[in-house]
Design a binder for this molecule. Structure first.
Ligand code: LLP
Length: 446
């Protein structure tokens, strides 16, 4: 007979902040099942201290290893006003990719002077809004964008240019960003990066500050970042030879986290120490001026700080095939499984010490066969009403949620030191229908 591992051994090992107290899962000092009871499910739970500690680790390491730096939190990972009020006091800036993210960041207290505006197709109104708000820098991704910035900028506007260094990072193809056919950035290899940068001198209200890349997401190997540093610093040498100074080097985000047992990410300290030291020596060996280093971690700051709680409803066994345990969430709160074949661990909130001797597929409630949250996981025997916690859901879950099947986007509850409070309040049916027009061609639309 094989030894059955408990969930506590198997699933929680990498999550130092999730603990078990007499068989019950504890997050941020709160019992998960009590949160489910108090706030209902599905529920996103966000461990504030976990995110703070990770963000602070980025800042601390760089202060030590490479003092001319900015850590810009990548808003796309988890964007709501409260996250900025947590991260801004730690000295972080933000990367935003839309007017909506910019608005939310400012609303949450992020200083626009610390905001970098990314995106491969910023609209004219977004550009005008960003200029009005005083964002620090645009990360330019097209010639069209330069003309729009120039049209609206009333004073010289800082920009850096997104380039494609052609680094093959080992991750899902939809989250790779520097393949030769990528929609992002200007290729270094084919000379278009150099051309666009040279063209910036034609705009008297645009000030070129540097170059940016982002090689992909959920990357484990530090070597991928080293290759990017080599290619980017080689390119700086080239630009310098054309008389162009490069003050800033933005290496993007992409640092991997734990989702399942096989995932072996480095810590933020390790990723940063490695990249900072590698950059220092790359700069030295090429004899170039050390640029300001910008990094844009998203997933690694918020991913492991989040869990999602669900309640088990229907349990259905298909003889000799599988047993489905259906929960009250699904692809509307977690589209990552259907998009990227993402895999997760889960814990039954009040059976966290029980042996995992049953196999389930955790199904969502959407009308799609593909709406499966975990396809095959060993758990203790489940019963209707059990609360399940899916782990590592802090990044690209709330921010990618939808109202598919007119399910409400779940609220986000922040937890810390045994306290809990809404970070994002529940969405009501009224909220979901607020902008619906019933009689579309009648005069008042009601
Ligand atoms: N900077 C840039 C320019 C980016 O495009 C991204 C992510 C980041 C920073 C942050 O990367 P992170 O540190 O979070 O890996 N929806 C996908 C991930 C898409 C990432 C897109 N860009 C997912 O759920 O896995």
């Amino acid at each position: 007979m094989t030894k059955i591992k408990t969930q506590s051994e198997k699933a929680l090992a990498p999550f130092g902040d999730l603990t078990i107290n007499r068989g019950r899962l504890v997050v941020g000092g709160c019992f998960a099942s009590e949160l489910a009871e108090k706030y209902g499910t599905p529920l996103y739970v966000f461990d504030v201290n976990r995110a703070k500690n990770t963000a602070a680790a980025y800042v601390d390491v760089l202060r030590r290893e490479y003092p001319d730096f900015t850590v810009c939190y990548a808003s796309k990972a988890f964007c709501c006003a409260g996250i900025y009020s947590i991260l801004a006091p730690l000295g972080l800036g933000a990367d935003v990719v839309s007017g909506g993210e910019l608005y939310t960041a400012i609303k949450g207290g992020m200083d626009p002077a610390k905001i970098y505006f990314h995106g491969n197709n910023k609209t004219e109104s977004e550009i005008a809004y960003a200029l009005e708000s005083g964002v620090e820098c645009f990360v330019v991704d097209s010639e069209h964008e330069l003309t729009l910035i120039s049209k609206h900028a009333e004073k010289p506007q800082n920009v850096i240019v997104r380039v494609n260094p052609g680094v093959e990072a080992h991750t899902h193809k939809f989250i790779q960003t520097t393949t030769p056919d990528s929609k992002f950035g200007f290729s270094i290899a084919d000379g278009t990066a150099e051309q666009i940068i040279l063209s910036i001198k034609n705009y008297d209200n645009i000030s070129f500050k540097g170059i940016a890349c982002h090689i992909g997401s959920q990357i484990f190997e530090p070597q991928s970042f080293e290759i990017a540093i080599d290619k980017m610093t080689d390119f700086i040498v080239k630009l310098n030879s054309l008389g162009i100074e490069v003050e800033r080097l933005d290496l993007g985000g992409g640092f991997g986290i734990h989702y399942i047992e096989q995932d072996k990410p480095l810590t933020p300290e390790q990723y940063m120490t490695n990249s900072a030291r590698y950059l220092k020596s790359a700069v030295k060996s090429r004899g170039i001026k050390p640029p300001r280093l910008i990094v844009e971690p998203g997933r690694s700051i918020v991913g492991e700080a989040g869990i999602t709680l669900y309640t088990v409803g229907a349990i259905k066994t298909i003889k000799d095939i599988k047993t489905y345990a259906a929960v009250d969430g699904g692809m509307f709160d977690n589209p990552r499984v259907s998009l990227y074949d993402a895999q997760y661990r889960a814990v039954v909130a009040d059976k966290a010490d029980a042996p995992c001797d049953c196999e389930y597929s955790i199904a969502g409630k959407c009308c799609e066969s593909g709406d499966i949250l975990i396809d095959g996981i060993k758990l203790p025997e489940l019963h209707t009403g059990d609360v399940i916690a899916v782990l590592s859901t802090g990044a690209y879950h709330y921010s990618m949620a939808s109202n598919y099947n007119r399910n409400a986007v779940p609220p986000v509850v922040a937890v810390a030191d045994g306290k809990s409070a809404y970070m994002v309040k529940p969405q009501t049916y009224e909220d979901m229908t607020r902008n619906d027009v019933i009689h579309v061609f009648s005069e008042d639309g009601i």
